[in-house]
Design a protein around this ligand. Structure first.
Ligand SMILES: CC(C)[C@H](C(=O)O)[C@@H](O)C(=O)O
Ligand code: SF4
Length: 754
């Protein structure tokens, strides 16, 4: 095993050191992955890849699947089959494909008839699948949520999903250590959502780029686990690879007795002893430190189309004429136009049409309690304001059940809210829960991108308490005016303990897994010329937008495919098609010669931020774009492009502007990976830097999975050590004792108690 990071170590250093299977000479490392969550949107192509290569899922005992994004949130009382239940054909195909895949590969699955079904990031912690000190991944950007347990948890694209399923490892480069400390006392009416929105407002959506954030200070120490999850969840909106909070007594208390956590007794004691060591050492070095005073945080709400566009609820819509940077000013003007807002309008004057309480950020029981408390405080006759539609979508079926048992569901329905079944729902509207064009929504979710909740829909992000206050007043509302000092993440309406809801009937166990132990793995496949990137010469399309998010690159309706191709027309769909007539707009990629562009030059930073959807590079590739130039890239997007033999080139803003001018003048550019330079038509080269290992793979068309499989002996050796040191990580901690606790595939005709 490679030596640990020298000197005093951070929490991130420790988890990293404990997972290195192999340290490469170029500085990257093969990292072992302890937990893999799978959902229907980012997995079909990965399973197909495994099938085509004849590879099994290496650790079915460390993999857990569910359906969340596509499913309708209408009552499941009359559920018979997924085929009958999911009406929209492409969503249905995706859900049924997952059902087929989990059966074929023997992966444990919480399907629509299982009470443990829910949003991946809610069910992992709920079941004790997420544990301190682990590495946890999912084909989903909000995997950062699980960092609340002191885990290294991050989102990946579909190619990496396949890599993890085949090898239980990922090739990673170590990120920078960043610490955000919030000390002091939060003012009245301020909760965890306000804290993270405020942080993103301060550091920006690219503020955490290249870093893993550790949240430290009294404010996080005092937070409940659920509040910590809401904070870590949105680390991705801050651009970070992951976010984490060191585990403590609050963490252990939350985990104790959860079905997939180590059982109490010797296993639990051993686990706790290890977990207690997971703290940043005194004197450990952070590359970036941010300090925020708790007293400066107010109830916060977003005004624009990026999560960094936030302001205090008592504030006003900002004025672009006060912004000097032209790209920034243009982005702000564009946001305000999209949002239908006039500068200097008081936030509290903004009327809403819908209120959405749910998502992996705020769909947990404490979120529902916090919103219900506001309704209660407004009086027994409090009702949703006339003309406003308010919906609660619990994050999991267990949360839903608990909310019913605690009487929260009744509080919501009495006040005129629609209390629905669990899923992602209107957080991104892949199911029928969507905003109509120009509808305005107060939402407890995490993204306010253009079209996020429905084409043309307008999103304001806020906390559950603020969402409840907004539903009552019909305008973005300051919750303090209703409830004063009583707002907190954890309310007192608890009639039952969460754990009571976690004992579920044991259905059939999963098919014996693909755990290969010491069995030799298939050899690497041969390099493929189609995977090569050497030189790309051609027209470059100019783009002057900041924070181009992957929702903008490819909207959600195109994520329902189970293929990697056929996405050419989906690229920048909302910018390329008139929403009313459906005719082509004059967006740059619709105009000659840019409709044949093979390079994209963007002058705005943080290209590809947001969702981990690999559909973004797939659609760019289908269009013919092989290289993207920008001042900076979001990390998951960057990896996803290279997994598809495309090249992201980060240059200084000034260099981007030079190439942008060339692109505007329809001049061709030549991107040479071997020489690491972009040649202008004048012959003048602009140099860039790439990761040596990635360059090698791209130049030679090498496949990551094939390369990793050559290290199968090292992986097996690591697994042996893992079993000795951290035995609770094998088989959900139970398999060895012969008690496989979960459902696997739903038994046909099993009685469902809804
Ligand atoms: C569909 C999935 C890949 C995506 C993500 O990665 O975040 C989704 O969960 C989202 O929130 O946009
Ligand atoms: S952000 Fe929204 S769509 Fe993505 S996983 Fe969370 S709830 Fe689902």
């Amino acid at each position: 095993m490679p030596p640990p990071t020298p000197g005093p170590r951070t929490l991130y250093d420790k988890i990293w050191d404990d997972h290195v299977v192999h340290q490469q000479e170029d500085g990257s490392a093969l990292l072992y992955i302890d937990r893999h969550l799978v959902h229907e949107v980012s997995s079909p192509q990965a399973f197909e890849g495994l099938r085509n290569a004849g590879r099994p899922v290496r650790r079915t005992d460390c993999t857990l699947a569910t359906v969340d994004h596509n499913i309708p949130t209408v009552s499941r009382k009359n559920f018979t089959t997924t085929k009958n239940f999911v009406e929209e054909p492409e969503s249905r195909t995706q859900c049924m494909t997952l059902e087929d895949n989990v059966k074929e590969f023997g992966v444990t699955y919480f399907g629509l008839t299982d009470r443990r079904q829910g949003i991946v990031h809610i069910i992992g912690p709920e079941q004790g699948f997420t544990l301190p000190g682990i590495t946890c991944v999912c084909g989903d950007s909000h995997t950062s949520t699980h960092g609340a347990f002191g885990a290294l948890a991050f989102g990946i694209g579909t190619s990496e999903v396949e890599h993890v399923m085949a090898t239980q490892t990922l090739l990673q480069r170590k990120s920078k250590n960043m610490r955000i400390t919030v000390d002091g006392k939060l003012p009245e009416g301020v909760g965890s959502k306000d804290v993270i929105l405020h942080i993103i407002g301060v550091i920006g959506t690219a503020g955490g780029t290249g870093s893993v954030i550790e949240y430290a200070g009294s404010v996080f120490r005092e937070m409940s686990m659920e509040a910590r999850m809401s904070v870590c969840n949105m680390s991705i909106e801050a651009g970070a690879r992951a976010g984490m909070v060191a585990p403590d007594e609050i963490t252990f208390e939350y985990l104790k007795g959860r079905p997939l956590a180590p059982p109490t007794g010797e296993a639990w004691d051993r686990a706790i002893a290890y977990w207690r060591s997971l703290k940043t050492d005194e004197g450990a070095k952070f590359d970036v430190e941010v300090n925020i005073r708790a007293e400066d945080i107010t109830p916060t709400v977003s005004w624009g189309t990026s999560p960094q566009d936030v302001v205090a609820i008592t504030g006003k819509v900002p004025d672009p004429s006060t912004v000097a940077d032209p790209t920034k000013r243009a982005s702000m003007e564009r946001s305000l136009k999209y949002m239908g807002l006039t500068p200097n309008t008081p936030m509290e004057d903004i009327k809403v049409d819908k209120v959405f309480l749910g998502s992996c950020t705020n769909g947990r029981i404490e979120d529902l309690r916090s919103a219900a408390n506001v309704i209660l405080a407004a009086g027994p006759d409090a009702k949703v304001a006339p003309g406003v539609v308010a919906m609660v979508v619990p994050g999991s079926s267990l949360v839903r059940q608990q909310a019913q048992a605690e009487g929260l569901a009744a509080i919501f329905t009495r006040a005129g809210w629609d209390f629905r079944e669990a899923g992602c729902s209107m957080c991104l509207g892949m199911n029928p829960d969507q905003l109509a064009p120009q509808e305005r929504c107060a939402s407890t979710s995490n993204r306010n991108f253009e079209g996020r909740q429905g084409a043309g829909g307008r999103t304001h992000l806020l906390s559950p308490a603020m969402a409840a206050a907004t539903a009552l007043t019909g305008k973005l509302a300051d919750v303090r005016k209703i409830i004063g000092a009583a707002v907190s993440d954890e309310s007192s309406i608890t009639v039952k303990n969460a754990l009571e809801f976690l004992t579920d009937e044991v259905l059939s166990p999963p098919t014996p897994g693909g755990y290969l132990g010491d069995t030799p793995l298939p050899a690497a496949d041969t390099p493929s010329p189609t995977r090569k990137f050497t030189i790309v010469k051609g027209i470059a399309a100019p783009l002057a937008i900041e924070n181009v998010d992957t929702d903008m690159i490819i909207p959600k309706q195109f994520l329902k495919t189970i293929k990697r191709t056929g996405l050419k027309d989906a690229l920048f769909y909302t910018l390329r098609k008139d929403p009313v007539t459906g005719a082509a707009t004059d967006f740059v990629l619709n105009r000659a010669p840019y409709d044949k562009a093979s390079i994209l030059v963007c002058t705005g930073a943080n290209f590809g931020c947001g969702s981990s959807r690999e559909h973004a590079p797939w659609s760019l590739n289908d269009f013919g774009i092989r290289c993207i130039v920008a001042p900076s890239f979001a990390e998951i997007f960057k990896t996803n492009t290279m997994q598809n033999s495309m090249l992201p080139v980060a240059l200084s803003k000034e260099e981007c502007l030079i190439l942008y001018d060339d692109a505007m003048a329809c001049k061709e550019l030549e991107v040479d990976l071997e020489k690491e330079e972009i040649r202008r038509e004048t012959g003048e080269p602009i140099k860039f830097k790439t990761d040596a290992f990635r360059r090698h793979c791209l130049l030679n068309g090498l496949d990551d999975i094939g390369l990793t499989l050559q290290k199968s002996e090292l992986i097996s050796a690591f697994e042996k050590k893992r079993t000795e040191n951290w035995p609770w990580l094998d088989g959900f901690a139970y398999i060895k004792e012969g008690k496989i606790p979960n459902a696997g595939i739903t038994k046909k005709g099993a009685k469902i108690d809804w």
